[in-house]
Design a protein around this ligand. Structure first.
Ligand code: CP3
Length: 343
């Protein structure tokens, strides 16, 4: 088995720096677009055979060192009682945004085996099909990021309603965060039981918060999820974007690996976070639209900043964007392996 990804998570020596990409399955790939022409995004997620097929697309096309389950962070919202859809061109739309205490109280703390059994089934199929070729990463959204979709009803520029609930009614906010955290925590544990060999917690929009608000209103909930996830024994990647002022707090909240976005140079993150965690990152995904020599120089710079440090997982600082040239992604994975080979 190719275990260099899991070894790097544990800060053990590796023959080459492992690489995978957030959103490595998706619209930039013709194979994905062909399936999407026949099925909606939610159909792909809810049909284990289709989720398996999409998960394997990048494994066949790219020399990546890990597979990530094809799913979405928003899937738990539906069994909690907040249905949504992916509207063309708009992203996610929550049918009835959750803003009142009564709506929060009505949310169900669902059992992952009931509401999300199709994800667990997909994990079993993927593990069987991968047959040890590369490890499988499971994932979930962190409570702040999930709450932001629930409350705003979709993507948001300023998180006005989310932060207002947090500031104006901390008791209601905490009730919401506790429900989300319980669901996420059970869901992650169930993914490991189904066969996930690593977990990533996506707190994609947490960078909207000041360190003070993060510490008071979010960190205790994230810490609880990460404690439960760590107890399964698999490595856990704790990821966010816009987190330059939050990295130490995120590390203290937990995680075997901290995911770093492109705004913080990797060697700065390494100095700040110390020896207790591995780091994942952090090429700017927009770099991949430039000619390959530019991509190569930027990738070598990321590797150089982590040279000699155990525990680096090469990734982008956020997910691959639609329209990214596939050939560039492929060449980048190969370059990371070649440039980091330890003889
Ligand atoms: O990384 C992977 O390859 C695994 C699959 C994955 C998806 N979403 C598939 C997806 C993962 C890990 C996610 C996580 C996710 N989903 C996050 C956190 C990571 C991040 O990017 O910050 C967030 C915030 C979401 C919510 C979400 N899902 C949004 C905002 C959108 C629409 C934006 C867009 O790109 O259109 C989605 C839809 C979505 N999730 C797509 C995919 C492949 C596009 C669906 C399509 O085919 O139209």
């Amino acid at each position: 088995m190719n275990d260099r990804f899991l070894r790097a998570c544990r800060r053990e020596p590796v023959d080459r720096t492992p690489v995978w990409f957030m959103r490595q399955a998706g619209r930039y790939m013709a194979e994905y677009r062909a399936l999407r022409a026949k099925h909606s995004m939610l159909e792909l997620c809810r049909t284990p055979e289709l989720a398996l097929e999409v998960t394997l697309q990048p494994i066949k096309a790219l020399a990546v060192d890990a597979a990530i389950l094809f799913a979405d962070i928003l899937l738990p919202l539906e069994p909690m009682g907040a249905p949504f859809e992916f509207a063309a061109g708009e992203g996610p739309v929550i049918h009835t945004p959750i803003r009142s205490r009564a709506q929060i109280d009505a949310l169900r703390v669902c059992d992952p085996h009931e509401g999300l059994g199709y994800v667990l089934e997909a994990i079993k199929l993927i593990r069987r099909e991968l047959d040890g070729k590369v490890p499988l990463i499971g994932f979930a959204g962190a409570p702040f990021t999930l709450a932001s979709y629930l409350i705003e009803g979709g993507k948001s520029a300023h998180f006005v309603d989310t932060k207002t609930l947090m500031h104006a009614d901390p008791a209601a906010w905490n009730a919401l965060m506790e429900k989300l955290s319980t669901v996420v925590s059970r869901y992650l544990v169930a993914q490991v039981e189904a066969g996930a060999q690593c977990l990533q917690l996506f707190d994609s929009w947490v960078g909207a918060l000041s360190p003070g608000d993060y510490r008071t209103h979010v960190m205790p909930h994230v810490a609880r999820i990460l404690r439960d996830a760590a107890a399964t024994g698999v490595p856990v990647i704790h990821f966010g974007t816009g987190t330059a002022t939050l990295l130490e707090l995120q590390r203290d909240a937990g995680g075997t690996v901290i995911g770093v976005d492109w705004r913080t140079p990797m060697d700065d993150a390494r100095r700040r976070l110390g020896d207790g965690v591995a780091l994942q990152g952090n090429l700017d995904p927009v770099t991949l639209f430039a000619p390959f020599p530019v991509v190569e120089a930027a990738a070598r710079d990321v590797l150089r900043r982590m040279e000699g440090a155990p525990g680096h997982i090469f990734n982008l600082g956020h997910g691959i964007l639609p329209k990214t040239p596939v050939d560039t992604v492929k060449r980048l994975a190969d370059l990371v392996h070649e440039a980091s080979e330890r003889r």
